[in-house]
Every structure is written in C-alpha cells, then in structure tokens.
Ligand binder design. Sequence first.
Ligand code: NDP
Ligand code: OXD
Length: 306
Amino acid sequence: MTFLYKSETVRGAIWQHMFAEQLPDLPFCIWPDTGDKDAVRYIGAWTLPDDLHQYTNVKVLFSVAAGVDQLDITRIPEHVQLVRMLEPGLTAGMVEYVTMAVLALHRGMPAYLHSQRARVWQPGRSRRPGSSRVGVMGLGVLGCAVLSALAPFGFPLRGWGRTQRDVPGVECFAGMDALPDFVAGCDVLICLVPLTPQTQGILNADLFAALPAGAAIINVGRGGHLVGADLIAALDGHLSAAVLDVFDAEPLPPEDPLWSHPRIWLTPHIASTSQPEGGAEAVIANIHRDRRGEKLVGLVERHRGY
Ligand code: NDP
Ligand code: OXD
C-alpha cells in the first residue's frame, strides 16, 4: 500500500519527510515515480494523473488545495473518496490577502498607484473609516474567516451562500434569487464560492449591473467565475476597481486585456495556499482516521461539486 504525491516538488519533499516520520509503514512516491500502480492506496494531487483508471486500488484522493474543480470530479470513480484541503495556514493566508485587498479598495489604492505612475498628485474623495459595505459570496471556511477578520474595521458586512446561514454580525442571504438584493448592498464584493456548474460565470454583466455605483470586486475564487469582457465593460462604466487573483487560463496569456486595465490589480494565484507542514498534518491525520475506520474530515459531496 503506498501514497502517491502529484503536485509541487518542494512541498512534496516536506510531505515525504513528515510521512516517513509519522507513517513509516506507508511508502511515499512522488509522481512521475509512481511505483506499482496497483499498490497506490492514497493520492495527493492538484490535478489528476491522465491514467487514473490504472490505479485500481485507490481509496482516497486528497486535493492539495481547498478547491477541487481542477481535479475533474467526473473522472474519479464513485467508490473513491474525495477530500479537500482544510489547513489553518491556508485560511490565514486568505484572510491576509482579502483584508489587504478590501483595505486597499476602501482607501482607493488602485487609483493612487495609477496616479503615482503618472506623477500626478491627486487626493481623491476620502471615505469615512469603516464605511464601505463589504459582501462575501461563499459563507464557508474561508468566507467566514474573512468576515470575522473584517469585523473589527466596522464595515457593514453581508454574506451569500447556497443555503441559509446564521453568521453573527453578518447579514446573510441565500440562493440565486437573493443574489441581486445581496450585491445591491456591496461596495466591495468578494468572490469565495467554489467553481461548480452553478457558479461558472457568476461574475457577469447582470451581477455587475446590480452593484452600486463605485463598487469594486475581489475575485479569489476561480477564474471560471469571471466573465472578463463583462468586467472590463463594467470598469469602463460604473465599477471603480477589481482585484483579481485567479484566471480562466493560468498563467494569464500576455495578450489578455486584464493585464493592462488601469483599474485592475492582479496577482498570479497567490492569495493563499496550504502550508506544506500543515497540509501534510491534515492528510496524515485523515489517513489515521481512515485506518481507524472513521469518517474523513473535508469530504467533498460530489452532487454539490464542493
Ligand atoms: P467551503 O466549501 O468551505 O465553502 C463554500 C461556500 O460557498 C459555502 O458557503 C457554500 O454554500 C457556498 N456555495 C457553494 N455553491 C454555491 C452556490 N451555487 N450558490 C451560493 N453559494 C454557494 O469552501 P472554502 O471556503 O474552503 O473555499 C472556497 C473557494 O475558495 C475554493 O473552492 C477555491 O475555489 C477558492 N480558493 C482560492 C484560493 C486562492 O489562492 N485564490 C485558495 C483557496 C481557496 P453553503 O454554505 O450553503 O454550502
Ligand atoms: C486552493 C487554491 O483552492 O490554492 O487551495 O487555489
């Protein structure tokens, strides 16, 4: 019985070391050195091996990421359990990034950066501290952590999910029908839903039209959420700025107009990632649960896609 790791190599070396210490009876292979494919019991991966069907004894597939859309669930046999990454360092990283982006948007930093490059001294309208209304799409692990980090700034907070949630200090909305009402009260809108058929292209012209004048968006979900051409049209209209971390094609092709739009700040999918040690701890703890016959933590519900 072996563990097959298929992702970034530096993290792989750390996982291998920790597995050797904490699960010495479980040989650890780093892809493409798969060893005997029939012996692979667990796979930890960002994307699936093309020949997944050849690993006939896989029981659990661990995503090295919080999101699982990049794994193409339709190719994973029904009997294989799919587990997403739940790791405190990943949550902390997302909280840092989104807090940074919300504060930057609240204080008008994209416009000041633009002015600096043009050597223009142009103080903008100053906003009352804590006055921007901030909304989070996705009231899951990351969305709720972000909301609680933003609360001390005094921003009026709202959140939107698939099912109705009760988050203290946050006005909560649920379901597609409530989406326009939810976004109508967001000066800063953060996308932190998983990418599923229901959320594909959700950041589109209709949603932008429902945002208040001067609103800004932060997309840290997945590139597939955003319709880029609609965003550019909205930024040339009533939206003020966008902070984008994720893109349909990654790396973002050099010719993509998102690169050069003066109201867009973009980063190369670095908002957050699981820390190597914390990620290994989470997977090792789940393997121990599996061996004890217990339910795994972070199981993906296939019918929901997350
Ligand atoms: P969770 O599964 O914990 O939470 C997902 C939330 O989204 C839930 O509140 C869920 O609703 C809601 N949701 C799902 N589908 C819909 C829908 N159709 N309509 C409305 N709400 C919906 O996920 P996480 O918080 O851990 O992660 C969210 C995403 O963040 C990941 O899937 C990934 O894409 C992205 N991510 C990006 C990173 C980056 O570096 N840019 C890093 C890490 C994650 P309900 O509460 O009703 O279930
Ligand atoms: C994740 C990511 O989903 O890295 O964890 O994007």
